[in-house]
Design a protein around this ligand. Structure first.
Ligand code: 5GP
Ligand code: ZN
Length: 118
């Protein structure tokens, strides 16, 4: 499990040390196209700050978490499926399928989604 910043794939994307199709960036967040999209839109939105999992959040991270969701809603609006509906997912640790240990919000849109998720 890669928990150190120096090994972190998403820290490297944030630092522009690895390429990604960035669709939004601001002082707090970077959003980019997922490399294995699970829907017509599959964007990953990450805080610039390295936090490995949702279990590691501190009170100082509360605003950043809200920001991830506001960025997702803006992208959904821009891409025209905000009213139809979309999904925001954050996986925490192994049982939920987390594979990159830098917290990220998945924005999935452009199709209908089942519930409960698998
Ligand atoms: P998790 O499984 O941790 O919730 O989500 C990690 C996501 O990152 C997956 O959807 C995976 O496809 C995506 N991903 C993994 N490596 C890369 C990469 O190098 N570039 C991009 N753009 N996405 C990646
Ligand atoms: Zn990181």
């Amino acid at each position: 499990m890669l928990r150190r910043m120096s090994d972190c794939l998403f820290c490297k994307i944030v630092a522009k040390q690895l390429p990604a199709r960035v669709v939004h960036e601001d002082a707090d967040t970077v959003a980019f196209e997922d490399i294995h999209p699970q829907a017509p839109t599959h964007v990953v939105i990450v805080p610039r700050k390295h936090v490995p999992t949702l279990n590691d959040l501190g009170p100082e991270d509360e605003a950043a978490l809200g920001k991830l969701h506001r960025v997702a809603a803006k992208i959904a609006q821009d891409r025209g499926f905000a009213a139809e509906g979309w999904r925001a997912v954050m996986n925490c640790n192994r049982a939920a399928g987390q594979t990159v240990f830098h917290i990220h919000l998945h924005l999935l849109g452009g199709r209908a989604f089942g519930w409960p998720p698998g």
